[in-house]
Ligand binder design. Structure first.
Ligand code: NAP
Length: 339
């Protein structure tokens, strides 16, 4: 990967987290051509070992020195760590693929889903941008499903309600559910309210317009990735006590008339999508069926009962994989292939 030779040293910042661990697994599974590896996490974990491709590596704390000679740095340690360390890693020559929200809406930072806008990774001279942002998990799975529909029929408006896994809030989000299910007293609720046996219609803080930050990410990131500011997204994001993936109910208003069988065939043949849509066999995607899979699963495809140019469908994807780790590794693969 390095211009000097075929070395490709990969760093994972956040290597002890849910996304970081999944990144390591995905790098292994996809035989990513890493010639060296450096796991990085906070001072809490520094000095511990992690296993990557059967070899033990010592976890380091972030520093300029740690990023020296790194070719690709996958970041998943939250926005504060990204703001501090991404410019330093980039100055050391690494290409940073950042999972946090720190740079997503910066005009000079591409926001990339490889099935949708892989070309945005590169500058006009064909070299990759130094910092590339990975979108929010709820946005990634939605744009993978919207892209073929937008290209063929034009997406005008999307009303989306999400059913998001507790793992979207990292280790703390997963542990909160397990602790509540075990009946342990909570000092404060990680998901704002009890999440066990419940559904919480708030993910992240509210903004002044009444939408949460998570909802505004879906609004703004969709337009940036699809390169079309005319698409209006109207979201309600909800946390539910499941593992395995996020579900999203989409109501999509299209600019052109469509045939429902053509829509199904289009979705089934589009990259990154698996159509699971046979009501007679009770076949539709669920969080547990998307668990540890890299694709976006689509089902319940049907015409809106009242609006003939509008489509309803249900999509599910593993938020830790396509919603985070897999998407980041796919971006890294595009860079490696181009070199
Ligand atoms: N979970 C998802 O579905 C999802 C999806 C898309 C994007 N993301 C984004 O990915 C990032 C990580 O999420 P996660 O779910 O993996 O969280 P997590 O399970 O809580 O893991 C956080 C990781 O970041 C490390 N870390 C925290 N502060 C650090 C610091 N100052 N310096 C170095 N390392 C630090 C932690 O290390 P220690 O173990 O040492 O504390 C841990 O490895 C977040 O930005 C999140 O928004 C998550």
């Amino acid at each position: 990967m390095s211009k000097r030779d075929s070395r490709c040293k990969v760093a994972v910042l956040g290597a002890t987290g849910l996304v970081g661990r999944t990144m390591m697994k995905v790098l292994e599974e996809r035989n990513f051509p890493a010639t060296d590896f450096v796991p990085i996490a906070s001072a809490r974990s520094a000095g511990q070992n992690v296993t990557f491709r059967g070899q033990e590596f010592v976890i380091r704390e972030p520093s300029a020195e740690v990023f020296r000679d790194v070719d690709i740095a996958l970041f998943s340690a939250g926005a504060t760590a990204s703001r501090e360390w991404a410019p330093i890693a980039a100055a050391e020559g690494a290409i940073v693929i950042d999972n946090s929200s720190a740079f997503r809406m910066e005009p000079n930072v591409p926001l990339v889903v490889p099935e949708v806008n892989p070309g945005d990774i590169f500058k006009a001279d064909g070299t990759p941008e130094p910092i590339i942002a990975n979108p929010n998990c709820s946005t990634i799975q939605m744009v993978v499903a919207l892209k073929p529909l937008h290209d063929k029929y034009g997406v005008k408006r999307v009303i989306v309600s999400t059913y998001q896994s507790v793992t979207g809030k990292g280790k703390a989000g997963r542990d909160a559910l397990e602790s509540e299910l075990a009946g342990e007293a909570q000092e404060q609720f990680t998901h704002f309210h009890q999440i066990a046996f419940n559904a919480v219609p708030q993910i992240d803080a509210f903004t002044e317009n009444g939408y949460t930050k998570e909802e505004m990410k879906m609004v703004n990131e969709t337009r940036k990735i699809m390169g079309d500011d005319s698409i209006s997204v109207s979201p309600t994001t909800v946390r539910i006590p499941v593992y395995g993936g996020h579900g999203e109910a989409l109501n999509i208003e299209l600019a052109k008339e469509f045939d429902i069988d053509e829509v199904r065939a289009l979705l089934a043949s589009s990259p990154g999508i698996i159509l699971q849509d046979d009501p007679s066999a009770r076949l539709y995607p669920m969080p547990l069926t998307s668990y540890e899979r890299d694709e976006v699963f689509v089902g319940r495809v049907r015409r809106d009962y009242w609006h003939p140019q509008t489509l309803n469908m249900w999509i599910v994807s593993d938020n830790l994989r396509k919603g985070a780790a897999t998407n980041a590794v796919q971006i890294a693969e595009v860079i490696v292939v181009k070199r």
